[in-house]
Design a protein around this ligand. Structure first.
Ligand code: BDR
Ligand code: CA
Length: 315
């Protein structure tokens, strides 16, 4: 059975790869995309979602914009993710979109899609959890209707923005805390998995074919790899969002462990840290699963075969 997929995103270079993976995968039917501020401001992330869909010829997929400001703190207290460039897509040459958002109320849009889907809905969130926190506040009736909720976010061990915090959670910790306490069962695909998979530049050689897809994705991935090289001294990237998307498309692709997941919102050194209690002692109940490991070769085989099929379909 095809599963319906809703994507909440802040594109974002690895978001663009994740969206392409979803569009190239017949296991899921993308029924809507909502945008959130994160890697860039909301205006840029929304613009990117729209122009990517137009590029893919998928203007049938509705887009709704959501929140720019974090859930409980001012935008000035948090920050954008510089690895994605000034426009969020590494300065790629993609025309401005001609399509428009169908709504500026992402929580209402997502709730409507969830209530009316004849197929089980997977919601995958690959940006900060701001829209999802407002969704569970404003439309709590849809929580039990969501078949599966997968996020790219958090780190049980080591962070990226700080020693202990991952960007999507750090950008809006109160939103993540709200979501984890909401009753939604979260599959947390965090840095424990995404930092374990290195996507070396050589895996992208096929993008040099000058096809329509190749030109755009070669540009954005070269930009992303250049930035990574300055951090890690290696021409590779971590495809954070495509990894979370893979777990949404192929449930249990990763080794998952039940956990009680919470977020530190005020620690002097630890703001944005996900605290994942896998001990589950003294009456502490799990509210989700932490992803620990994945077969990186299998992930790369799946990712590249789906992207190359999508590339061929675009000509
Ligand atoms: C996450 O932060 C963003 O830079 C990426 O798009 C990903 O969602 C990784 O920490
Ligand atoms: Ca993202």
């Amino acid at each position: 059975m095809t599963r319906a997929l809703l994507i909440d995103t802040d594109p974002g270079i690895d978001d663009a790869v994740a969206i392409a993976l979803a569009l190239g995968s017949p296991e899921v039917n993308v029924i809507g995309i909502s945008t959130v501020g994160g890697n860039s401001g909301l205006a840029a992330t929304t613009n990117n979602a729209l122009r990517l869909l137009e590029f893919f010829g998928r203007t049938d997929i509705p887009v709704a914009s959501g929140y720019d400001e974090p859930y409980r703190r001012a935008k000035t207290e948090t920050g954008y993710e510089p690895v994605h460039g000034h426009d969020g897509l590494g300065g790629v040459d993609l025309p401005a979109p001609t399509i428009k958002v169908v709504s500026t109320d992402a929580p209402a849009f997502l709730a409507d899609k969830i209530r009316n889907s004849p197929d089980p809905v997977t919601l995958v969130a690959i940006g900060p959890l701001t829209n999802i926190a407002h969704l569970v506040d404003q439309h709590p009736d849809v929580i039990p209707m969501i078949d599966r909720f997968v996020i790219m976010g958090g780190a049980a061990r080591t962070g990226n923005v700080t020693p202990v915090a991952e960007f999507n959670i750090w950008h809006d910790p109160e939103a993540a805390k709200r979501v984890f306490a909401s009753g939604l069962v979260t599959v947390m695909v965090g840095l424990d998995v995404t930092h374990s998979v290195k996507t070396h530049e050589s895996l992208w050689n096929w993008l040099k074919d000058c096809s329509k897809f190749g030109k755009v994705f070669d540009h954005i991935l070269t930009s992303y790899t250049n930035t990574y090289e300055t951090f890690y001294g290696e021409r590779m990237t971590h495809q954070h969002d495509a990894l979370a998307m893979a777990e949404a498309i192929w449930p249990n692709l990763m080794v998952l462990e039940p956990a009680h997941i919470d977020v530190e919102c005020s620690g002097e050194l630890t703001t944005g840290m996900t605290v994942t209690d896998t001990r589950l002692r003294n009456g502490v109940k799990s509210n989700g699963f932490v992803a620990w490991t994945i077969d990186g070769d299998d992930f790369h085989a799946k990712l590249m075969s789906r992207l190359s099929a999508l590339a061929k379909s675009l000509g």
